[in-house]
Design a binder for this molecule. Structure first.
Ligand code: NAP
Ligand code: ZN
Ligand code: ZN
Length: 351
């Protein structure tokens, strides 16, 4: 076993604190990664606090991981010691079901067993543990290459926030001639604005925060709509080809359905703790769709990273030390982050 150090929660109500835990030894096809940076996703909060009701404790969050290859198993062919690599939300899947065979491992028939945290390491039969940690062991087939021109700390959030927006933008055809709306300017939302703009779509941001209007324009939105302002919303009735909702808390979706064209789609990626009430009539009236989407497969994640390398896209990050993680969670809950916290893992050694 590899003894690791990290930060984790001992129960839903306790703050994250230092801990040590085991990972499996480096196997035939495994890569041991020394973690340099880890982004802080809102899912980390949902998970640490058991808001999705499957957390096993101690819970070590973190699935926006960037680091360097420290050692490799004898069967590894894709990566060498010293290379800069990334790990996102998945470290395994069944590899044989129809979704895995299509490169859509995020929809594996076995469910979420291969998640970076919240799954199970089948070798040691223990709950998997995430990237708020000094090192991680991952099968090379679930390791990503980080383009060299990207700042590694600012690239870390691409591994979850980036792919979670890239995948539905591609699937639902965002591009020139399409009007795309992103709801919420947080970690996911700000990546959505950057990516939709880079794909050539007319990009709008819906926000509840008047203070974010100027930033949204800087990030690539040509339109910023205050979603609580009914008059502003009404100006855009029946005009959108695609809207992606990244909001982490319960809120009313119905006002957004009316902004879609006939046959257009609203995609939910935000995963609030409680079910959302939906008024179905705006869907019926224009044959509109309401869909969901979860991260992206490994192949598409690499495609997204390469797209970001080509277009020089990274997250806007606020760097923190691991000791500030609990304060960072409180600030995220107040939508007070521009626009992703990223942990500098050197701080773990200092502790
Ligand atoms: P975040 O950084 O906290 O951003 C959420 C944004 O939602 C906020 O910045 C805010 O934007 C808006 N918001 C928050 N509370 C709101 C409320 N009560 N009403 C309306 N708007 C509100 O979170 P994140 O890391 O981007 O994650 C967002 C959600 O996506 C989380 O639920 C997370 O678990 C989920 N997620 C899903 C996937 C997937 O695969 N589907 C992947 C990663 C994360 P404004 O200030 O602009 O209004
Ligand atoms: Zn995430
Ligand atoms: Zn599968």
């Amino acid at each position: 076993m590899l003894i690791c150090t990290g930060y984790g929660a001992a129960s839903p109500t306790e703050a994250l604190a230092p801990l040590t835990f085991n990972r499996r030894d480096v196997g035939q096809n495994d890569i041991e990664i020394e973690i340099e940076y880890c982004g802080v996703c809102h899912s980390d909060i949902h998970f640490a606090r058991d808001e999705w009701h499957f957390t096993q404790y101690p819970a070590v969050p973190g699935h926006e991981i960037v680091g360097r290859v420290k050692s490799v198993g004898p069967g590894v062919t894709k990566y060498k010691v010293g290379e800069r690599v990334g790990v996102g939300c998945m470290v395994n899947s069944c590899r044989t079901c129809p979704s895995c065979q299509e490169g859509l491992e995020q929809y594996c028939a076995e469910g979420l067993t291969g998640q970076t945290y919240g799954g199970t390491d089948k070798v040691i039969n223990e709950p998997s543990k995430g990237g708020y940690s000094d090192k991680i062991v991952v099968d090379e087939n679930f390791v990503l290459r980080i383009p060299e021109n990207l700042d590694p700390a600012a690239a870390a959030p691409l591994l979850c926030a980036g792919i979670t927006l890239y995948s539905p933008l591609r699937h639902w055809g965002a591009g020139p001639g399409k009007k795309v709306g992103i709801i919420g300017l947080g970690g996911l939302g700000h990546m959505g604005v950057k990516l939709a703009h880079a794909m050539g779509a007319e990009t709008a941001l819906f926000t509840t925060s008047a203070s974010k209007v100027a930033d949204a324009k800087r990030l690539g939105a040509s339109l910023v709509i205050l979603s609580k302002d009914e008059a502003q919303m009404a100006e855009h009735a029946e005009s959108f080809d695609l809207i992606i909702d990244t909001v982490s808390a319960s809120h009313d979706l119905s006002p957004f359905f009316g902004l879609l064209k006939r046959d257009a789609t609203m995609v939910q990626v935000g995963a609030p703790e409680h079910p959302l009430p939906i008024s179905v009539f705006p869907l019926l009236m224009r044959r509109r769709s309401f869909a969901g989407s979860m991260i992206g497969g490994i192949k598409e994640t690499q495609e997204m990273l390469d797209f970001c390398g080509k277009h020089n896209i990274t997250a806007d990050v606020e760097m923190i030390n691991i000791q500030q993680i609990n304060e960072a969670y409180e600030r995220m809950l107040k939508s007070d982050v521009k626009y992703r916290f990223c942990i500098d893992m050197k701080s773990l050694k200092a502790a």
